[in-house]
Structure formats: C-alpha cells, structure tokens
Design a protein around this ligand. Structure first.
Ligand SMILES: [Zn+2]
Length: 232
C-alpha cells in the first residue's frame, strides 16, 4: 500500500486474509517532514489544497508497518521510528512514535514471536524500531529471535552514505543487527515465505524493495515508503 501524505497514520483493525496469510497494518505513530524536502520541485500550488502544513512548513506522515502471519512465520515489514531518538530529532520531526510493540501486543504477539523482519530500506523512519535501549542503555535488537532481511545494495548505501543521504541513516538502527548475527542480506528478488516475495525496485534508495503477497490470482503489492510523490 503506497501511503499518501493524507493517509497519515491508521490502525487497520480488520486483518486482510489471502489464502494462508493474514495481514495487519500496525502503526508506529506519526512524524512530520519538511514540505520542501517532501515535494521537491513540485510547485506548492499543486499540492497545497490537499496537504496541510504546520507553522514550520511540515507535513504529518504515517508510520505504518505490516504484520504478515503464515502457518510458519510471523513476518514484520518495516518497524517505524521507534523510541531511541534524542530530543533534538524528536523536535525536528515532531515525533509521536514507538507504538509498534503495543500494536503487536494488541494482536497477542510479543517481540520474541517475530521470526522475520523484512525491511523495505534503511532510512530511519522505516528501521528505527529494529533496535531499542536495554536497561543498561545499550542498543540491542528489539526482536531477539528474528532474522532481519534487507537488500545488500541498501546495506552498502546505508553504511557508506554520501552528503545528501547521510541524515536519513542512523547507524544505531541497523548496525546491532550485524553484531548480533541476525542480519540477512538479500541479492535481488527473494521468496521469503510461500506467497511472500521481496522484490528489488531501487529508486527511492539503492536497494529499496517492496513486498508482494498472495498468489497470481489474489495478490497485494505492498510499498511502505511514506508517500506516493517520491521517485520509486
Ligand atoms: Zn525512505
């Protein structure tokens, strides 16, 4: 599901069922993006009637994650921003985040129940919830039994960012996955589970991927980048 800025955040109470798969949208909360950064060269006259900005010219965005349950696995697609960000980042992005675990709990699942975390890409608004602070203030993986899957091209971009994209990557979100040996790098299109495919698209980031679920007759294309106006 490609989310428009207008869709903000939502919690889909009713799951979608596709054969043996059950899909739930779970919100991690909301954040705000600078409208200039979001729309780029698109003139304001085109979008201002549909999208409201706050006094700091920011647009509120939803942080929507997806839970896919099969007979074998609980697969989480993206993890939102999480709770680790310092006050300065909370202020810049107007963060109201860290609600993912509560959403999973509402569905009867704890962090140890997640088997696979499939990451569309490594920008902080999609992977912040991959890790958390433990009681000693150390950053550890939120889902201790999960394999975290991301495209190799995205990992290489995130770990070697350039001047333009460096602010989008927060190393604490993804380096602990490597240290705990829970990281699995994908090389192109991959069937993660029967009826759940990761498809490399690039565009938004070097190794951006979408998820296609279901069969050829009954199929969902899922894209969790936060708006439809970027360059997939
Ligand atoms: Zn992104």
């Amino acid at each position: 599901m490609a989310l428009t800025p207008q869709s903000y955040s939502f919690h889909q109470e009713d799951p979608v069922r596709l054969g043996n798969l059950t899909l739930n949208v779970i919100s991690d909360g909301t954040f705000k993006m600078d409208a200039g950064a979001l729309f780029g060269v698109v003139p304001k006259t085109i979008w201002e009637r549909k999208v409201k900005t706050d006094r700091r010219n920011r647009v509120q965005m939803g942080l929507n994650c997806l839970l896919i349950r099969s007979n074998n696995y609980n697969i989480l697609v993206d993890t939102g921003v999480g709770k680790k960000e310092p006050d300065k980042i909370k202020d810049i992005y107007g963060l109201s985040t860290g609600k993912l675990l509560r959403g999973l709990k509402d569905l009867g699942l704890g962090p140890r129940d997640i088997n696979i975390v499939l990451l569309s890409h490594l920008h902080f608004d999609h992977v912040g919830g991959c890790t958390r602070f433990n009681g000693k203030g150390q950053v550890v993986c939120t889902f201790p039994k999960a394999k975290y899957m991301v495209q190799r091209a995205d990992w290489e971009e995130a770990t070697n960012p350039n001047e333009r994209n460096t602010a989008a990557y927060h190393r604490d979100d993804f380096e602990p996955l490597l240290n705990s040996k829970q990281l699995e790098l994908l090389d192109g299109d991959t069937e993660v589970e029967r009826g759940v495919k990761a498809i490399l698209t690039g565009g938004h980031s070097a190794g951006h991927q979408i998820v296609v679920t279901g069969t050829s007759e009954d199929r969902f294309h899922i894209r969790l980048s936060p708006c439809t106006i970027d360059n997939p």
